[in-house]
Design a protein around this ligand. Sequence first.
Ligand SMILES: O=P(O)(O)OC[C@H]1O[C@H](OP(=O)(O)OP(=O)(O)O)[C@H](O)[C@@H]1O
Ligand SMILES: Nc1nc2[nH]cnc2c(=O)[nH]1
Length: 198
Amino acid sequence: MAWDEAERILSEADLIHDGQAVDRALDDLASQITERLEHTRPLILGVMIGGMVPAGMLLPRLGFPLQLDYVHATRYRGGLSGQNDLQWRAEPGTPVRDRVVLVVDDILDEGHTLAGIVEALQAQGAAEVLTAVLVNKLHQRKHPGLRADFVGLEVPDRYVFGVGMDYKGLCRNAPGIFAVREPAPATGDRAEAKEPTQ
Ligand SMILES: O=P(O)(O)OC[C@H]1O[C@H](OP(=O)(O)OP(=O)(O)O)[C@H](O)[C@@H]1O
Ligand SMILES: Nc1nc2[nH]cnc2c(=O)[nH]1
């Protein structure tokens, strides 16, 4: 575990959304989800590990009958970039056949994790699979056609952590959403960038 490194990264990180913004986003997510799912007796599946924090903050905001369970599927496995394969560590313990299922995760980045989970739940006979993420990362590298049904906040195309999201397995408890500070460009790069174009 990179404890010292994680402390330094947190102290130098840029705050993208503070705790109040996260709370407002969760309120907003909850009202959208309520409008869509309140009469469906849904099965809510938190995606371990990161999804457990936003799922835990979201659930008390949902005032209708629902059932909670989890799946554990991971692509990053403590690293800062995703592997090609989605590793399943726990399939849902509750049968999903004929159920309306809401998958709750912390972040939609390239979308391979959510796509793999949605595909598995559909293959298991779920009646409908919806997805909710606390944050959506803005870039053009998404798994084709992948969008979350409910999105709390947008984040820039940087490595982010906090509210469930980790930095090398740590910092998931940071109370807002932070982005790892990017190193300043090398002097040579800067000089090159300033070079006038002919
Ligand atoms: O959209 P993608 O590019 O597929 O990435 C998003 C996934 O990455 C993180 O999981 P990770 O594999 O790091 O596991 P964790 O929940 O244990 O942090 C996060 O919790 C999402 O599940
Ligand atoms: N913690 C964290 N996990 C991710 N999984 C995919 N993208 C990210 C990210 O930016 N931060």
